[in-house]
Unconditional design. Structure first.
Length: 192
């Protein structure tokens, strides 16, 4: 089966395999996703908790070839090598201010990050993978999306699809097409 590989990740404490099976491949099959699959990704993100239930995240997505090409024009060249093959491209945005008070929402990026994770985990439940990217031109992304920098921040681009074989990638990317490791538990959490 294309995209099937051994996952060497071993948690230090037992957790649901949904967490260790989630990783960010670069090789995607160009098979389209159904509207139900796409809707399920955003429905999962919709249920994310947020500060004062503000739900500041906003997703813009591209499915058609023309829209995906337009979105891809904001990506750095290295990401264009592989992300353009994914059938779904997304930009993760967050509203910068609380809707009621107009005050700056210092927690907006945190909340949008949680929504992205919900989307990524739902992708795994659907047999899909989501790869978030910081490698894009913010200036170009604002132009492509037509949103105001005073109202939104654009946090990440995301490619979503079914995992494809590594040999479809340029050699320098094919050799790193595998789940990576994580820091040890003691490095990321400490009592007191």
């Amino acid at each position: 089966m294309p995209g099937t590989l051994h996952n060497p990740r071993t948690p230090q404490v037992e957790v649901d395999c949904l967490f260790t099976d989630r990783w960010s491949p670069r090789s995607f099959l160009e098979e389209p996703l159904s509207q139900d699959q796409i809707s399920a990704l955003f429905e999962a993100a919709r249920w994310t908790p947020s500060c004062y239930n503000e739900q500041p995240w906003f997703f813009r997505y591209a499915v058609t070839a023309a829209d995906r090409e337009r979105f891809a024009s904001a990506l750095v060249e290295r990401n264009c090598l592989w992300a353009t093959k994914a059938p779904l491209l997304i930009f993760v945005l967050t509203r910068l201010h609380f809707t009621g008070s107009g005050e700056i929402n210092r927690h907006a990026a945190f909340d949008a990050g949680a929504a992205w994770m919900a989307l990524a985990l739902q992708a795994r439940r659907l047999g899909l993978y989501a790869h978030a990217m910081a490698g894009f031109s913010r200036k170009r992304a604002f132009e492509v999306l037509g949103v105001a920098a005073e109202e939104f921040d654009i946090l990440a681009a995301v490619a979503v699809g079914r995992h494809g074989p590594a040999d479809r990638l340029p050699e320098e990317l094919a050799v790193i097409e595998k789940p990576n490791e994580r820091k040890g538990l003691a490095e990321v959490a400490r009592e007191g």
